[in-house]
Design a protein around this ligand. Structure first.
Ligand code: GDP
Ligand code: MG
Length: 603
């Protein structure tokens, strides 16, 4: 297919606005899958995606479509909509010339619609505005068109109206993709050059790289080189994803395809790398700026015998999810492990779920932390080398209070879109999370867009859940990085029977130390099961006890109180007790459930 008849596009939208459903319809319409085949969200391949009903990884599909007697190749890249996965979105956009901006005609413009719009707009992509779910009784396309007009200057006449679920208006979407989008600007006669924009690991074939060819062509047997590492490889297999894999002998500029070559380890596939034929000198394609992880947590095996299994699972999964950063870490209570960086809490939770589901690796995650900066008081040492600011992503490494001159914490600009009737509770929530309001604008007669300057640590754990429950699910939220600000921070230690448990310690603003300490102690009392000995839970700051709770010792046998009792009931209880133990970890001679570390921080 000639380059003039190739279109590369992506669907971007707020979560649940129907991207995956529209992708399914596009696949059906172009014959890639059979209609009514009962397959839903075909591109959501991962188990975690099907379970959570969200898209985590961007997936690609190459579609052939007959239009005006000519055959077109449409490369569709499905993207995730959640804030935590915005790097998947920006990565997908690099291979595209345009996007379908999909908006739910009932819910209207939401926080991620705004973020995604600006991402596409900033990348100079053609934007095709599409309203979905017009079949819904309560849908209000006119109101949503007005929102698009007032926020993004989109002419209501250009907005398509469809129902992805019922398959209404799908043909018009394909036509607009063909007529509005330019063909990719690529050169088929130049020497081969491609952007490596995604990769994954296959147990049998090793590293699989997704590439977008900007120049020339690539055949099986070609010898290629990585711009990043200068390592050389031989191409073993090439395929198109339709979305079922179809092996081909050759890929040409403008196409998106999958390459397997003799890359041994997952680390060799660098996202953003440029590939070219050995012996050619080429300009590297501009990659994308890697998004910095914002949330860090320790990841440890349940016991050290599982260390190797967990390490290889982490290596393979980070290949597939390049936004995760990995450092080696160790802790007195949990042994050897890693400190991983994530884009947000959902990202972290999805990662640990994937470790378990896809690699059978059970891990303990510690309480998440952001990166703080601490300016140390000058000493002779620091004057010598001139570095007196340290970055700390692990509360265990927090310096002694006496050594600290000033602390800084990361801030974000949060965007919230909500029906105005929830304004009061939402503003209180933001204030409680130390937010400072920057703006409030009406986007139509009943919806408001708020912007807040907020500390990142206040939103990473459960802000989104709190916002959703306050607004019966109607408010949406997105955020972007806004640098660092000076702040009064202290380290809170958690002691179990007098022993400080570093894995449970966290950094807190002084104004909140008292309440957080009380909450933590109460939570731990709830979460740690009663045991053979009494357990004292204490929350301390700088040696001062702010809160204490006691967990009374347990009787030896859970079934003791069932005098004589029913045998099956007794067996069942004992089995439950045994199963419960498996997910426990001994810390300071106390068994702590494995999810304690992450759950204690949720308010
Ligand atoms: P995504 O998160 O953007 O990928 O959204 P999904 O495609 O997973 O869709 C979210 C939900 O909206 C699913 O329950 C779909 O069945 C539903 N949905 C998608 N399109 C339509 C539509 O046109 N009409 C109606 N009524 N529901 C739809
Ligand atoms: Mg989806």
């Amino acid at each position: 297919i000639p380059v003039e008849r190739i279109r590369n596009f992506s669907i971007i939208a707020h979560v649940d606005h129907g991207k995956s459903t529209l992708a399914d319809r596009l696949l059906e319409f172009t014959g890639a899958i059979k209609p009514n085949s009962g397959q839903n969200q075909v591109l959501d391949k991962l188990q975690v995606e099907r379970e959570r009903g969200i898209t985590v990884k961007a997936q690609t599909a190459s579609l052939l479509y007959q239009w005006n007697d000519e055959q077109y190749l449409l490369n569709l890249i499905d993207t995730p909509g959640h804030v935590d996965f915005s790097n998947e979105v920006s990565r997908s956009l690099l291979a595209c010339q345009g996007v379908i901006l999909l908006v739910d005609a009932n819910d209207g413009v939401q926080a991620q619609t705004v973020a995604n719009f600006y991402l596409a707009f900033g990348n100079d992509l053609v934007i095709i505005p599409v309203l979905n779910k017009i079949d819904l009784k309560n849908s209000n396309p006119d109101r949503v068109c007005k929102q698009l007009e007032s926020l993004f200057d989109i002419n209501p006449k250009e907005v398509l109206k469809i129902s992805a679920k019922l398959g209404i208006g799908i043909e018009a979407v394909l036509e607009r993709v063909i007529t509005d989008l330019p063909a990719p600007s690529v050169n088929r006669t130049a020497p081969f050059r491609a952007l490596l924009f995604d990769s994954s690991y296959d147990r049998y074939r090793g590293v699989l790289s997704m590439v977008y060819l900007t120049d020339g062509s690539l055949k099986i047997g070609d010898h290629i080189e990585s711009c990043y590492s200068k390592k050389q490889y031989e191409v073993k297999m090439l395929s198109l994803l339709k979305p079922q894999e179809q092996q081909v002998d050759k890929l040409m500029a403008g196409q998106i395809g999958m390459v397997s070559c003799n890359m041994r380890s997952p680390q060799e596939a660098h996202i953003g790398d440029t590939l070219y034929l050995i012996g050619q000198t080429v300009e590297p394609l501009h990659g994308f700026t890697p998004i910095r992880p914002m949330v860090f947590a320790g990841v440890y095996p349940m016991d050290q015998s599982q260390h190797v299994t967990l390490r290889s699972a982490i290596e393979k999964l980070t290949l597939n999810d390049s936004a995760v950063t990995v450092e080696i870490d160790s802790s007195p209570a949990l042994g050897q492990g890693w400190r991983l960086g994530f884009l947000g809490l959902l990202h972290l939770e999805v990662f640990s779920q994937r470790l378990q589901q896809e690699y059978g690796a059970e891990a303990i995650l510690t309480a998440p932390s952001v990166i703080y900066k601490v300016k140390l008081k000058p000493t002779k040492q620091t004057f010598k080398d001139g570095t007196d600011i340290v970055c700390i992503n692990n509360p265990a490494l927090w310096p002694d209070t006496v050594k600290i001159e000033e602390c800084f914490e990361p801030m974000v600009i949060g965007t919230i879109i909500t029906p105005d009737k929830y304004l009061g509770p939402i503003m209180s929530l933001c204030m409680e999370r130390r937010g400072v309001q920057k703006s409030a604008v009406n986007i139509d007669n009943e919806r408001v867009m708020l912007q807040y300057d907020m500390p990142l640590c206040e939103i990473i754990v459960d802000f989104h859940d709190a916002l959703k429950s306050l607004s019966s699910g109607y408010a949406s939220f997105d955020y972007e990085d806004n640098g660092y600000t000076s702040s009064n921070l202290v380290k809170m230690n958690i002691l179990l029977n007098g022993e400080a448990i570093e894995e449970l310690s966290f950094i807190v603003h002084t104004s909140k130390a008292q309440t957080m300490g009380k909450q933590m102690a109460l939570k731990l009392k709830d979460m740690i099961p009663r045991q053979m000995v009494n357990i004292a839970v204490q929350a301390t700051v700088g040696g001062k006890v702010l809160a204490r709770q006691d967990i009374k010792a347990y009787r030896k046998d859970v079934t003791q109180w069932l005098y004589g009792g029913d045998v099956t009931r007794r067996k069942k209880l004992l089995a439950q007790q045994a199963a419960g133990k498996k997910k426990m970890r001994m810390i300071a001679n106390i068994s702590v459930p494995r999810d304690t570390f992450i759950n204690v921080l949720k308010r």
